[in-house]
Design a protein around this ligand. Structure first.
Ligand code: SAM
Length: 274
């Protein structure tokens, strides 16, 4: 066991920090503490690479000498955080599942309003109108990362980007891509002064998505899983486009549609590719 005063061995399932971490599976717990959970050493390292250290680091005590754990522990302690060395039972309790990953870390969520969006920061941004599914949200953050998007804007009443499911689906990209949150009114205000194209995707649109009128920076707008984009948001778009479909499906899954649209209108350059 480490000599550091902020490294503790915890075996009690009723330990207060264990309870606090377990509460981060619920939106209420995350709101109250301002923290969120990331599972796995790889995701925690992704955070470190993006200049973010965990406030609380939990790892299996048998893995305390692993290089990756040493690196995470050093960063956590340097930033004033605390480390818990735990056994299988405590890890499972915190992760709320059997066979959890051997590292779990709690990070502080930074809430960013739309006023902080800098359109000059990137070629493309993604806005999601009332996204409901955290798996879709995390997958979209990951895809936004892959195309070098400047951020994902969450409009209106959305699922929580800091949920365990969203963070898991983002595969660490949640630490690389800024997520902004705001109301529909805030979004309409931003769209009205957006310096480039605001491209909405909508099933009723009659224009092919690859023929969208594109002026950088592009703000790609995606609709809610059930209802699509609101009329007000559709009216704020400079162009409305549709991805062609055949067959019986009446729409694409939101995360799939976002990936197709993002690559169709803002595919990144990769000079290493033949
Ligand atoms: N019933 C909803 C509707 O009428 O809009 C379906 C919503 S769809 C599951 C969720 C979002 O994915 C849509 O609002 C749109 O942004 C995007 N989407 C899905 N399929 C699309 C397509 N073929 N063309 C354009 N956008 C699409």
């Amino acid at each position: 066991m480490s000599e550091h005063p902020r490294v503790r061995e915890v075996t009690s399932l009723s330990n207060a920090t264990v309870k606090e971490l377990r509460a981060l599976h619920d939106r209420k717990g995350r709101r109250e503490s301002g923290l969120f959970l990331a599972e796995g050493a790889r995701t925690a390292l992704e955070a470190l690479d993006n200049g973010r250290a965990p406030e609380i680091l939990v790892y299996h005590r048998e893995g305390r000498e692993r290089d990756v754990v040493r690196r995470l522990r050093f960063a956590c302690l340097e930033a004033g955080g605390e480390c818990l060395e735990v056994d299988d039972a405590v890890l499972a309790k915190i992760a709320r599942k059997d066979n959890p990953q051997s590292v779990v870390a709690a990070f502080r969520w930074t809430r960013r309003p739309f006023a902080e969006v800098d359109p000059a920061a990137a070629r493309v941004f993604v806005a999601l109108d009332r996204v409901r599914d955290p798996g879709n949200l995390g997958t979209i953050v990951r895809t936004a990362d892959a195309v070098g998007a400047g951020g994902v804007l969450l409009v209106g009443d959305t699922c929580d980007p800091a949920s365990v499911e969203a963070v898991r689906a983002s595969m660490g990209s949640i630490f690389a891509v800024p997520v902004f949150e705001g109301s529909e009114a805030d979004f309409l205000a931003l769209a009205s002064r957006w310096p480039g194209s605001v491209v909405g995707t909508a099933l009723p649109a009659s224009k092919h998505y690859r023929r969208a009128d594109l002026r950088s920076p592009i703000l790609l707008v995606m609709g809610n899983e059930q209802a699509g984009v609101t009329d007000a948001i559709a009216a704020a778009c400079t162009d409305l486009v549709r991805i062609p479909m055949q067959g019986r499906a009446d729409s694409l899954n939101l995360a799939i549609a976002t990936a197709v649209a993002l690559y169709g209108i803002a595919e990144p350059e990769d000079t290493a590719l033949g």
